[in-house]
Design a protein around this ligand. Structure first.
Ligand SMILES: [Zn+2]
Length: 398
């Protein structure tokens, strides 16, 4: 069997759910056991594409992309990178003697996107409900089923809000994959290996680059992966229904527009953080204005505010190190999109957000095109809006 034939065999076996056929190219008991575990998780996922492609045909260990697209979730095929070890037998017969996740992204790609939940969990639970697919370890199956209706409803809320606004829907992602994980050291690993630990983060959305997107293509991202820490109070308090709804609307909101992103290569350019987080925060809170106002007054009580203050553009400033500071910036960003939607309408606000994902460098043009104002006009209006919404905000000397 040539290597090419081996990859074909694996893809066909996943499609046919044929475990014996899948295990055939693997050699060694431990290696086969590792492959079996992965296979049994993979067949629980409704893939429309699931195949292995070699990224580099050189000698030695081979970087291999697991190219996949999940039904109802992904807009286009995405990838996860592994390293396969092959051994040549007589008659050019190739066997896989080992495989592991790629720790470094393959040359020219922004990430290896390893590990996925199918690599991490011994036995994975997959719950499908409406527009969402939720994955967890089987030992948390009961909780996952309990949360699923609220996560699914949050996805419906987000998509309907966007659709009703009349904003462009051509590239809107309509489904979401969510991993629920209560152990922080496991949560931190997903899709990025030894990722940074951010103790103030409750959930995260990661945009997944489309596999082999052409440089000129508009869609550079095939979908998103959301990971949420289910040990936090949003999931465990007596108000968990509201908590799960809030965080789901927020993260699924990020996922919904991530497919508008056109940035490419190892150094992607993202929209300003206040736009991404303000939009997600707006979707999270728009149905409950009383609670949103109370939260704004609580978070911004005494906050030093003046006409020069902005919710930060860059991620480093935005994701401040203290909980209080970070919460204040989140609320200021949410109030920016909230003001935009109120003053110019949701269609204009969402159009502006999608345009900023597609072309972050054209902000001045987008203010003019979607809102009919310029940057200063917008922020002046926002300043007065924040003062009116949060009368207890503090004044700062210039
Ligand atoms: Zn967010």
């Amino acid at each position: 069997m040539s290597r090419e034939k081996v990859y074909d065999t694996l893809a066909k076996a996943i499609k046919d759910k044929d475990e014996a056929a899948y295990l055939k190219p693997f050699e060694g008991a431990q290696n086969k056991e590792h492959a079996r575990k992965l296979f049994r998780n993979l067949v629980k996922v409704p893939f429309t594409v699931a195949k292995f492609e070699e990224l580099n045909a050189g000698n030695g260990s081979r970087p291999v992309a697991f190219v996949h697209q999940i039904k109802g979730i992904d807009y286009a095929p995405v990838y996860e990178q592994y390293i396969f070890e092959f051994e040549s037998k007589p008659e050019h017969y190739q066997v896989i003697t080992g495989f592991r996740g790629a720790t470094e992204p393959y040359l020219g790609t922004p990430g290896s996107f390893y590990p996925a939940p199918w690599d991490v969990y011994e036995d994975m639970t997959v719950v499908r409900k409406g527009r969402v697919m939720i994955i967890s370890d089987k030992k948390h199956q009961a909780d996952t089923r309990r949360f699923a209706p609220y996560v699914a409803r949050a996805a419906d809320d987000d998509v309907r809000t966007w659709e009703r606004s009349g904003a462009d829907t051509t590239r809107l992602s309509k489904g979401a994959l969510i991993v629920l994980e209560p152990e922080r050291n496991v949560y931190d690993k997903f899709y990025k290996g030894n990722g940074d630990h951010d103790s103030l983060e409750a959930g995260v959305n990661l945009a997944m680059p489309k596999y082999k997107a052409e440089y000129e293509e508009k869609a550079q991202y095939g979908g998103s992966r959301i990971v949420m820490d289910s040990s936090l109070s949003r999931f465990t308090s007596s108000a968990w229904r509201q908590g799960v709804t809030d965080i789901s609307r927020h993260e699924i909101g990020h996922a919904m527009v991530a497919t508008y992103d056109t940035s490419r290569g190892p150094l992607p350019v993202f929209p300003d953080t206040w736009i991404a987080e303000g939009f997600a925060g707006y979707l999270e809170s728009r149905d409950n204005t009383a609670r949103a106002s109370a939260e704004a007054r609580r978070s911004l009580d005494g906050y030093k505010f003046g006409p020069w203050v902005r919710p930060a553009d860059d991620a480093e400033t935005f994701y401040a190190k203290t909980a209080k500071e970070r919460r204040s910036i989140y609320v200021l960003a949410r109030l920016a999109i909230q003001y935009m939607a109120k003053k110019y309408g949701e269609k204009a606000a969402f159009g502006f957000v999608a345009a900023q994902y597609a072309r972050p460098g054209k902000q001045q043009e987008h203010f003019s095109q979607y809102l009919g104002t310029d940057r200063n006009g917008f922020w002046d209006g926002w300043y007065n809006y924040v003062r009116a919404q949060v009368p207890n905000i503090g004044a700062a000397k210039g």
